[in-house]
Write a protein that binds this ligand. Sequence first.
Ligand code: IPM
Ligand code: MN
Length: 352
Amino acid sequence: MKLNIALLAGDGIGPEVVDQAVKVCDAVAKKFGHEIAWTAALTGASAIDAVGEPYPDETHEVCMAADAVLFGAIGHPRYDNDPKAKVRPEQGLLKMRQKLGLFANVRPTFTFPSLIDNSPLKRERIEGTDLIILRELTGGIYFGERGRKDGDNTAFDTCTYTREEVQRLAKLGFELAMTRSKKLCCVDKANVLETSRLWRETVQAMEKDYPEVTVSYEFVDAVAMRLVQWPNSYDVLITENLFGDILTDEASVISGSMGLMPSASKGIHTSLYEPIHGSYPQAAGKDIANPLATVLSAAMMFEDAFGLKEEAEAIRNVVNKSLSEGIVTEDLAGQNKAYKTSEVGNWLAANV
Ligand code: IPM
Ligand code: MN
């Protein structure tokens, strides 16, 4: 099979971790007889530096022409403490989500048996956790009307959802639940917010189409609490953009390492695969960042975007092998030898 993949390395550790994923993908392609054509394009602060725009039109064209996008990370400390910056790297990410129509962000949380004691949560609480948060990604307060009034002394951000936006996300949630334990949790704040009441009403109306799925409706504050108390009681959770942003960071702690969690963003055009961690600027260029989240995102890409399950499994297996043999970066090495980012990538590619 010929795979056309857009490669958006971005900022900070993005280029280093993406490099390792490319090595692993190329090794998998060789083993299974595929041909990958990679097309690199600019995003984030590096795109602002080069062309003054965090998601340039040329990058959008590359993404639209590709079968899938593999993405690193964006963000640069130069912009973090400057609330008045006119262009920000993050705007590139939001623009990309909107222009590619990436309305569903799939963020799995699972535990690795060999790393279970890395989690700040007790083993007995997290053992067996295997959940997916499906976050709506192109609506809500992220994209609503915002501004200042009263001579700059009042600020507002508005949260808006249409029934159709809720339906298309919920549909993916129901379908995903059908392939798993048939449990779906709709996370909202329907005791306060009108948008949440629309979510709840819309999901309730869809229940009849999926009679085998058991749906629970829970308030986001309660979910935030239960997620760290009984994470293994959840399976598929669906939620709006901002709640999903917060809960997915919280959920990443369960696994014990943010450096391990992959994600997929799907929607209308090309799907995108990226690690859930950020650009980690303090580590940029040091060859110490953990590449596994990006490598596991590439596994999601093989399975989801190309239907290549065995290839995805080959990647997951070699990642598990690296973890159990201790071929890991310093964040996971503990007292043992820490390998460089590039060494981990080379080892994975050689052992695929
Ligand atoms: C994420 C990030 C982004 C978000 C930021 C960088 C705009 O935190 O992908 O979760 O809030 O969606
Ligand atoms: Mn986030």
